[in-house]
Design a protein around this ligand. Sequence first.
Ligand code: SF4
Ligand code: SF4
Length: 243
Amino acid sequence: MKIKIQRFCKHRQPENAIIVDYEIPYEDITLLNALTYIKTTIDPTLTFSSGCKSEVCGSCSVRVNGKEKLACGYKLQEGDVVEPLRYVEILKDLVVDHSKAQETLKRVIGWQQGISPKENMSIEEEKKIELQSDCILCASCFSSCPVLEVDGAFLGPFAMTRNYRYVSDARCEDEKEKVDAVQEKGVWDCTLCGECTVACPQGIDPKNDIMMLRSKSAQHGYSDPTFLSESDDMFGGGFNPSF
Ligand code: SF4
Ligand code: SF4
């Protein structure tokens, strides 16, 4: 079967990435095994990442035909076009620098601060954050998000899922601080297109988490800035109740 792989070296200009054709003499093979075959038998310079090989670590995420996939779990198809993730620096071929994406976790305070007196959670409380806790930081959702194409400062989906996971944690003691952290380039900048939810290999729903964070934001006195500016345009800077 024939596939195409985008090749790129950091020392080239991004526009100089090239697409290379490869012939894989196997059917029913995962993309990761195909990449390994190419590296060991055709071209040892082909560079890609992998770790657990069982869809757990998230290190082999790439794009196939424009959609994010984990290479270790994806069954190769004739004519597939394989590219690196988007909105992150390409280091070489399919290997990208995840630090820009993971930097967003700092911006959203994506961890538990302090120790709550409530040390043990009930089963029900654990279940509320179970799905979000399964995030493997593969950055597939980040790569799929159309907002990042026009605004590189947008927090992106997984950071807000992580934020919501801790905001919803029964032991959370800094909810307001965490909700504050997703206002700038965060919950209100998302278009709710759902691409991130489709891309997630863990079945996480970042779009829904962002909607839940909007609701939390409203509870803390925030509202959609777009709505406010549209109201200003409509009512000339102030709502007239007799309108
Ligand atoms: S729902 Fe929001 S965060 Fe998810 S891909 Fe669309 S714009 Fe990005
Ligand atoms: S939310 Fe899903 S797609 Fe996004 S980083 Fe986590 S596991 Fe990957």
